[in-house]
Design a protein around this ligand. Sequence first.
Ligand code: ATR
Length: 281
Amino acid sequence: MKLTGKTFVYGIIGYPVKHSLSPLMQTAAFKALGIDAVYVPFEVEPENLGEAVRGLRALNVKGFNVTVPFKENVIEYLDFVDEDAEFLGAVNTVKIEDGKLTGYNTDADGFLKSLIEEGVELKGKKITMFGAGGAARAVGYAVLKGGAKFLNIVNRNFSKGKIVGELLGKRGNVLVFPLREDSVATLLKDTDIIINTTSVGMKPDDPLLFDYSLIPEGITVVDIIYNPAETLLLKAAKEKGCKIVNGLGMLIYQGAIAFEIWTEKKAPVEVMRRVLEEEIY
Ligand code: ATR
């Protein structure tokens, strides 16, 4: 790649940011479309967030992604925030145009697109979602936006679950349950789609989230974890004849939508998928 005086700069702010796959994925996308741009990681100490965002504007950076722990706090430094980001109180993508910063949240639509790609229908469906963190907010919001009839939120920390339930309850039918074997057993008897948004399953020695023999035969099970490609939850679901979806699609599409916001060009999704698969698996 040839850098010139005209090369546009994009990036990601986070702390830490070393693990981010976005520089790889976005750089590949720019290259595939012949766009003269680079995408770099910016590790920002939390107390420097405001200064960093002002700096990105001053340096005429064209856009950036926002990751942990800044998705919420970045909002106060932006000029405009789109509807999804406003509702979720979290921004993962910023576009800078004429010195003005607009924040977007592409996690929710990224998740929706990944389900559409896999042929998963949400309309009228009953969903049981595990987890109540930042990822759960975006995923829960997405399934209600996609037309799900009921969303059950199951979380270990029940009061945290309640807070997310209260927020998402503004957009649809939402109930919150503690992570207990008896409540999970009852819920799963009447569930079309199970979604894991917790971090359980990332490490090989992680405990099981619940007793996986409770997974009904032939339903859809989604895990937003992409590494490993098949968590124990997805493996168990596969053995029960379920349709399974991992988190790689969400990672790709949140990035693809960000790319499209910045460049107003269709993202080269297959290129983005290929570089990620080569890197991760
Ligand atoms: P993210 O932003 O990726 O969603 P997070 O906000 O730290 O990350 O949320 C992590 C989620 O995984 C939470 O729902 C957490 O449950 P608690 O709210 O009870 O902490 C869940 N989680 C993490 N480890 C867990 C475990 N061992 N068992 C059950 N849930 C777990």
